[in-house]
Design a protein around this ligand. Structure first.
Ligand code: ADP
Length: 277
């Protein structure tokens, strides 16, 4: 007998979101359906106003849809009360934002311990877990530094450590390199690749094609709908400026783009200027 298909990490069906502003209705999501399996690395792209942030808020259980179904590991989120919803979010999802969102006066250790405190984990265990997460992002020697004593890239690493300390299934990142110079942004993308290779599912919202190029799947939003949903061979890291002998330049593979079965509304394949619907 064939193995039963595994439960998707995320399953959304015909999701809509309508913002009401007085008598005006804004249809930010118009019926989005999407399945994400554990271990995927997905970028969500699209023009400003296309619905990326709204979709991200839904995926992160930060806001309720107007209609449609959203399941996380098979659990239908709309059927949960407030407490169960926040437990599900804390357990399954970590967030990374463009502006790091760190507490100005707290040490790296404290920033990362905080979610564990809210999860009711003992002080001793929290310290151990926070140290582990900071080491995982390469900041094992910066645990007592405050944000002002850290570079932008290091601050984003602290934010990533805070997001993964609970060992969530999914990391949701909103323009994670938007406030960083390109070399530091590159370090963050390399860290994402490491975390992905360790089994973390990643969804990155970005307008930067270089960031999207590193994902294995790119979803393009337009006018509150999915315009394209394609698999791709991720691009390689850019060589360090000035040429780094440890990085061998590699010819870029031609993107091997394949449609996602069942993607909606239609999958459009775009290869070397040719568009096939
Ligand atoms: P993106 O992230 O792609 O720029 P958004 O999801 O922020 O797009 O916005 C999609 C649409 O929904 C836009 O027309 C935007 O103006 C509208 N919108 C977003 N958030 C709100 C809100 N809180 N209230 C009213 N309209 C909103």
């Amino acid at each position: 007998m064939p193995n039963p298909p595994s439960t998707p990490l995320i399953e959304i069906v015909d999701l809509t979101k309508v913002y009401k502003m007085g008598t005006v209705e804004v249809h930010a999501l118009r019926g989005v359906s999407l399945t994400i399996q554990p271990g995927e690395y997905v970028a969500i792209v699209g023009a400003s106003g296309s619905g990326k942030s709204t979709l991200m808020n839904m995926l992160g259980l930060l806001d309720q849809p107007t209609d449609g179904i959203y399941r996380v590991r098979g659990t239908e989120s709309q059927k949960l009360g407030k407490k169960a919803l926040s437990d599900l979010r804390n357990r399954e999802i970590g967030f990374v934002f463009q502006r790091f969102n760190l507490l100005a006066r707290a040490t790296a250790m404290r920033q990362v311990e905080l979610p564990l405190f809210y999860a009711g984990i003992s002080v001793r265990k929290s310290k151990e877990m926070a140290t582990g997460a900071l080491t995982r992002v390469g900041l094992g020697d910066r645990t007592h530094h405050r944000p002002e004593e850290l570079s932008g890239g290091q601050q984003q690493r602290v934010a990533i450590a805070r997001a993964i300390v609970n060992q969530p299934s999914l990391l949701l990142a909103d323009e994670p390199t938007g406030a960083l110079d390109s070399q530091t942004g590159e370090e963050i993308l390399t860290l994402f690749e490491e975390l992905h290779s360790q089994g973390l599912t990643l969804i990155v919202v970005t307008h930067d094609p270089d960031v999207a190029g590193r994902a294995h799947r790119v979803i393009t939003m337009r006018d509150g709908l999915i315009l394209e949903d394609v698999q791709q061979v991720p691009s390689r890291p850019a060589p360090a400026p000035g040429g780094d002998a440890s990085v061998t330049p590699v010819a870029q593979p031609t993107p091997d783009i394949q449609p996602i079965p069942g993607a909606q509304p239609r999958v459009i394949l775009e290869t070397a200027g040719e568009v096939a619907v």
